[in-house]
Design a binder for this molecule. Structure first.
Ligand code: CP
Length: 309
C-alpha cells in the first residue's frame, strides 16, 4: 500500500484522537507497519525527546524511550516529580517552557485533564499526550488499532467487544471513538452503572453510523466477538471501594467463559491488569496483550518519525 504524504503530521501535536482525521491515523498505522519491517534507524540522530511523567507509567514511558533510542535519538526527562523543581512549587507552564528549550519533542503524562493541551499551547515543539487524567491517551488508541489490524486482519467489519469499566476508562472512550470511525461492529459490555456515557454512544451513531450493541452480561459480550478488549474496574474513581470490589468479582473473564466464545477470539488489554482476566488465560493462544504492549515501540517510532523526522 502506498504511504501517504508524511508531511501531514509534521510538527503537529497529538493531544486527542478526536483531533485526528482518519487519514492521519491510517498514515501512522502504515508507517508503523513499515517500521516493524525495517527496524531501527538513525533518523532521530541529534534530536532530543523530553519525557515528562507527572504520573506513574511503565509501558508508555518505556516504549517512548525505547522508540526514540531505536531511532538514534536521545531522551531527557523525569518519571516522577520528586527530585525536580515541580517539588519546589514550579508550575506546569514554566516546566513546559524549559522542556521546549531543551528538546525537539515533548511527551507528557499528567493527572489533570487538559494539561497536555495546555502544554501544546505553550510549546513551539510538538507535544504528545501520554495520558491526561481520565481524559485521553491517543497513542494507546493508535497502538490498539494497530494491534486489532495485525491480529484480527482488519478493523472494518470486525466484531470488537469493549469489556469492563466503560464509564471511567480513558482508553476505552478513545478506542470506542476510533473503532466507530473505522467501521468496526462494536459491543459495549459493562457492569450495570459502568456503561459508556450515552452521549458518547449517540455521537458515534450519528457521526459514523456506528453499529453498536450494549449489554451488562459478560457472556453476551463474549458471544460472536473476534476481539475482546478488556479493561480494569477503575477502583480509585469509586466513592465506595467495596462496590468496586464486588464488580471486580462479578465481571471477570475466566477460562470457562472464554470457552463459550469463538475458537479464535483474541483478548487485548492496555495493561496494567489486576483481577479482570484470570491469570491462566495469559498462557492461551487468545491472550495477545503482551504482544500488544510490545507493538507500542514500532507505533511510537512511527509517530515520532512523522512528527519530527
Ligand atoms: N497502557 C498504559 O498506558 O500503561 P502505563 O500506565 O504503564 O503507561
Amino acid at each position: 500500500m502506498a504511504i501517504h504524504n508524511g508531511l501531514m503530521l509534521k510538527n503537529k501535536d497529538i493531544i486527542s484522537v478526536r483531533d485526528m482525521r482518519k487519514e492521519d491515523i491510517e498514515l501512522v498505522l502504515e508507517k508503523a507497519e513499515e517500521t516493524e519491517r525495517t527496524g531501527k534507524s538513525g533518523i532521530m540522530k541529534g534530536k532530543i525527546l523530553a519525557s515528562l511523567f507527572f504520573e506513574p507509567s511503565t509501558r508508555t514511558r518505556l516504549s517512548f524511550s525505547s522508540a526514540m533510542h531505536s531511532l538514534g535519538g536521545n531522551v531527557i526527562g523525569f518519571e516522577s516529580t520528586e527530585g525536580t523543581s515541580v517539588a519546589k512549587g514550579e508550575n506546569l507552564a514554566d516546566t513546559i517552557r524549559m522542556a521546549n528549550g531543551y528538546s525537539d519533542l515533548i511527551v507528557i503524562r499528567h493527572p489533570k485533564e487538559g494539561a497536555a493541551r495546555f502544554a501544546a499551547e505553550l510549546s513551539e515543539k510538538p507535544v504528545i499526550n501520554a495520558g491526561d487524567g481520565a481524559n485521553q491517551h491517543p497513542t494507546q488508541t493508535l497502538l490498539d488499532l494497530y494491534s486489532i489490524k495485525k491480529f484480527a486482519g482488519a478493523i472494518e467489519g470486525t466484531n470488537v467487544t469493549l469489556l469492563g469499566d466503560l464509564k471511567y476508562g480513558r482508553v476505552m472512550k478513545s478506542l470506542f471513538y476510533a473503532l466507530s470511525m473505522f467501521g468496526a461492529n462494536i459491543h459495549l459490555s459493562s457492569p450495570k452503572g459502568l456503561e459508556m456515557p450515552q452521549s458518547i454512544v449517540e455521537e458515534a451513531r450519528q457521526k459514523f453510523g456506528a453499529d453498536i450493541m450494549q449489554s451488562n452480561e459478560i457472556l453476551e459480550g463474549i458471544k460472536g466477538a473476534d476481539v475482546v478488549y478488556a479493561c480494569r474496574i477503575q477502583k480509585e474513581r469509586f466513592a465506595d471501594p467495596y462496590e468496586a470490589e464486588k464488580m471486580q468479582r462479578e465481571f471477570r473473564l475466566t477460562l470457562e467463559i472464554l470457552e463459550k466464545g469463538k475458537d479464535d477470539v483474541i483478548i487485548l488489554h492496555a495493561l496494567p491488569k489486576v483481577t479482570e482476566i484470570e491469570p491462566s488465560i495469559d498462557n492461551t493462544r487468545h491472550a495477545k496483550y503482551f504482544e500488544q504492549a510490545a507493538l507500542g515501540v514500532p507505533v511510537r517510532m512511527a509517530l515520532i518519525s512523522l512528527l519530527v523526522g
